[in-house]
Design a protein around this ligand. Structure first.
Ligand code: B12
Length: 343
């Protein structure tokens, strides 16, 4: 790993975003609501503003020139993306660290309880009402469960694919029920998909980026754009060429093997929605593999997981991925083979 390079690329990206924000007005601003887990009695929401600069994304797509990232700002103050957002979130969840009075009744050590709760988004210190969970706990659970179900069963927004100029192909899966019950079918491209990829994609690029909904369309909706654009920028600054990116609907991780067979890239990066949990339903993973092909073993893949605004900030993840890819190329290996060659 080259931490200096990661830092440099991330800094460069954030500086560009900040510079852009100074000059842009935000006519397309919309409000996103978050349920704050650590909130007290009220099931309150935190409003953030999402700003999308569609023109500049289209103009600069596929690694040419500067790219613009979606940015999140608090309602009251204009701020930058990525780090800032996660810092804000951490701050707000720490600040709102459960007031023990609404969780455990009469805790022995309220300060310690508060401290424990502030350290994790897990549902601890929520107390109970007799044998049952408290109403607020139960409602939060229902809310998060609904978000998880929506993430699995939802579809990625078409306008995201349009903005990123990703054409869409399918696996052998026809519907979500089959997707869940038959992971093997999600690992194979359909015949039409193979044909389309052969027609549209540049062969043998150094890096092939693909995006798939996987188990969370929300993860793709929320994070793929920032990761994708910062990854492109990172690869560009490292002088690594990329192939024609595309989107695979209802895909599984190992679908990258079919892609490898068809396009023969050196490295495949697959941005895919993770199985949602009850803390985040919008977490994205980037799976990588050096020259994936039929019969690739799982140990030769690697993953950078937990990419979302409360985890690894998407812009940072994109920049970091570039340096991981550089290392994969250097050692001509990924996963366990890479670790072996490196040591
Ligand atoms: C489900 C899951 C599993 C399942 C996968 C079963 C299956 N067929 O779906 C099982 C229990 C087998 C599993 C095993 C492992 N997992 Co796991 N897994 C997850 C989980 C909860 C969700 C993954 C997901 O949604 N993938 C997306 C869907 C669409 O993928 P899929 O095609 O359906 O399934 C593939 C992936 O899940 C992939 N996969 C799953 N885990 C891992 C881990 C690594 C390192 C790799 C390369 C691939 C991989 O293998 C599946 C088959 O191709 C994540 C948590 C998270 N937040 O992402 C952890 C997670 C990815 N797993 C992790 C780990 C460490 C492992 C193991 C190495 C554990 C071990 N010591 O044996 C093994 C490695 C398995 C492998 N494929 O190489 C870590 C990775 C940490 C990291 N950043 O490197 C995570 C992030 C959990 C964590 N927070 O620690 N895992």
């Amino acid at each position: 790993m080259n931490p200096e390079l990661v830092e440099k690329v991330t800094k460069m990206i954030v500086e560009r975003i900040q510079a852009q924000q100074e000059v842009e007005s935000n006519p397309a601003a919309t409000t996103v609501k978050f349920w704050n887990h650590a909130q007290g009695t009220e099931p309150s929401v935190t409003a953030r503003t999402v700003v999308t600069d569609t023109n500049s994304i289209q103009e600069n797509n596929h690694g040419k020139g500067l790219v613009q990232f979606r940015s999140y700002t608090d309602d009251t103050s204009a701020s930058s993306v990525g780090e800032k957002v996660s810092t804000n979130q951490k701050e707000s969840s720490t600040k709102a660290a459960i007031d023990p009075s609404h969780g455990i009744d009469n805790p022995l050590n309220p300060e310690e309880l508060k401290d424990l709760v502030s350290k994790t988004p897990a549902r601890i210190g929520v107390g109970r009402a007799g044998l049952r969970p408290k109403t607020n706990t139960w409602l939060k659970f229902r809310f998060d469960h609904a978000a998880a179900v929506d993430a699995v069963y939802g579809d990625v927004q078409e306008n995201l694919l349009t903005r990123l100029e990703l054409f869409k192909v399918n696996t052998l899966v026809k519907d979500k029920e089959t997707y869940i019950r038959r992971p093997d079918l999600g690992r194979k491209l359909s015949e039409e998909a193979k044909q389309m990829i052969k027609e549209k994609c540049r062969k043998s690029p150094t890096v092939q980026i693909i995006v798939s909904d996987g188990l969370s369309s929300s993860a793709v909706d929320e994070n793929a754009e920032d990761v994708f654009l910062s990854l492109q920028q990172s690869l560009q600054s490292l002088g690594l060429d990329t192939g024609t990116p595309f989107y695979i609907e209802k895909g599984r991780v190992a679908v990258m093997d079919d892609v490898g067979e068809l396009i023969q890239p050196k490295v495949v990066v697959l941005l895919i929605g993770e199985r949602p949990g009850l803390v985040s339903a919008e977490s994205l993973s980037a799976y990588l593999c050096y020259m994936p092909k039929k019969g690739t073993i799982e140990a030769d893949r690697m993953v950078i997981s937990n990419i979302h605004k409360g985890g690894i900030p998407p812009v940072e993840a994109g920049a970091y991925l570039g340096t991981v890819i550089q290392k994969v190329l250097k050692y001509e290996a990924s996963g366990v083979s890479l670790v072996q060659k490196e040591s």
